[in-house]
Design a binder for this molecule. Structure first.
Ligand SMILES: *Cc1c(COP(=O)(O)O)cnc(C)c1O
Length: 355
């Protein structure tokens, strides 16, 4: 059985061995203030920086989910308001989470085939603390290219930081961390690991802002987390198993450049195939806005139902469309943990049954 669900997604097969090792090596009861854990944290941070090309002067935090990152960013780095540019459900949820805490927060939507124009963003003003974008919108299967993110970054209001949800792309495609101040992801997507851990990366500029604001009124306040992280510790008992699995997996995986190339090539093949050969069509028609890590397809509800059912009979679990597109959509995760053999089987299935 292969799963193409875009989260929780197929985990790396090595996870089975890592879990066994975690148990045998006593990680499940390792004290989180002890030297053994601190070593693990230090190593994991270094390994992440090396393998994902994260600048050495950026700071890494471990949280429990991308959703927790939304709340922490609103609490700790948004004294006034944030500005959210989005085209799908995850970007919208982030906007709503921020607005619940900072009512002056502003949202602006754009279309799934549209590249947002950094020069025309009504509602973005000098009072904005954070400009929030979703690099890979898992719900609409769209992606913001590096050039778009760079344009936004270059046009930020003077005190604003650029915060990027990279939940379904970090560790799958190469991210230009220097073109953003805050990047986060949770590990059940491109990291190919079980859920329950998020990685958040902050630029020196974001850390400087955090220092000025000194927000300490929540259990997960960034300032508190930062103080602990200076010694590779956490504010509360962390997901030690999750961090252990991340450590092993990042260590055993190739540098992001290699993974990136593989993922992008596979995405190109998938789009080429679905552009021509089947009764289904890619949801996103603009090649410039298509996601490389989650491929969205669309068709009439009856056909979607049939594809899902027949795929399951063939040992292929395809993700549903998200939210309003549940009945008319399919999503195929193109995450690195899913082997090429799975995609060969998937394409053969479509060629045989739905061409
Ligand atoms: C999955 C996902 C989230 C939510 O992640 P959690 O770990 O469940 O909080 C947020 N943003 C995007 C883009 C996602 O794909």
């Amino acid at each position: 059985m292969y799963t193409f669900n875009p989260g929780p997604s197929q985990v790396y097969p090595q996870v089975r061995q890592y879990l066994q090792d975690a148990f045998d090596e006593g990680w499940l009861s390792t004290p989180h203030r002890g030297e053994k854990f601190v070593q693990l944290m230090r190593q994991t941070v270094q390994e992440l920086k090396t393998k994902l090309n994260i600048p050495q002067d950026y700071t890494i935090f471990f949280l429990s989910s991308a959703t927790e990152c939304w709340e922490v960013l609103a609490q700790s780095l948004t004294p006034t308001k944030s500005f959210h540019l989005y085209n799908g459900a995850f970007g919208q949820k982030w906007y709503q989470a921020a607005k619940a805490l900072r009512p002056a927060t502003v949202g602006l939507t754009f279309g799934i085939d549209e590249v947002p124009d950094a020069d025309n963003l009504p509602g973005l003003d000098e009072q904005t603390d954070l400009v929030c974008i979703t690099q890979n919108e898992t719900a609409t299967t769209t992606q913001l290219r590096d050039g778009t993110i760079l344009n936004l970054y270059n046009r930020l209001p003077s005190k604003a930081l650029l915060a990027v949800d990279a939940t379904s792309s970090m560790a799958g495609v190469q991210i230009k961390f220097i073109k953003g101040d805050i990047w986060y992801s949770s590990v059940q997507k491109c990291f190919g690991l079980p859920a329950g851990l998020a990685v958040m990366v902050l630029s020196p500029r974001a850390i400087e802002r955090m220092r000025q604001l000194k927000e300490r009124s929540h259990y997960n306040s960034l300032t508190e987390q930062y103080d602990k992280m200076l010694n590779f510790q956490t504010t509360h008992t962390p997901n030690v198993l999750g961090i252990y699995l991340l450590n092993r997996s990042i260590h055993d995986n190739p540098p992001i450049k290699v993974t990136h190339q593989h993922v992008v090539e596979r995405a190109t093949k998938l789009y080429d195939y679905f552009d021509q050969a089947t009764q289904l069509r890619p949801l996103v028609t603009n090649p410039e806005t298509r996601s490389s890590t989650v491929v969205g397809l669309t068709a009439a509800p009856a056909l979607i139902e049939e594809v899902k059912r027949r795929a399951l009979e063939n040992g292929l679990f395809i993700g549903s469309g998200y939210g309003e597109r549940k009945a008319t959509g399919l999503r195929i995760a193109n995450f690195p943990a899913i082997p090429d053999a799975a995609f060969e089987q998937l394409v053969q299935f479509f060629a045989k049954e739905f061409s």
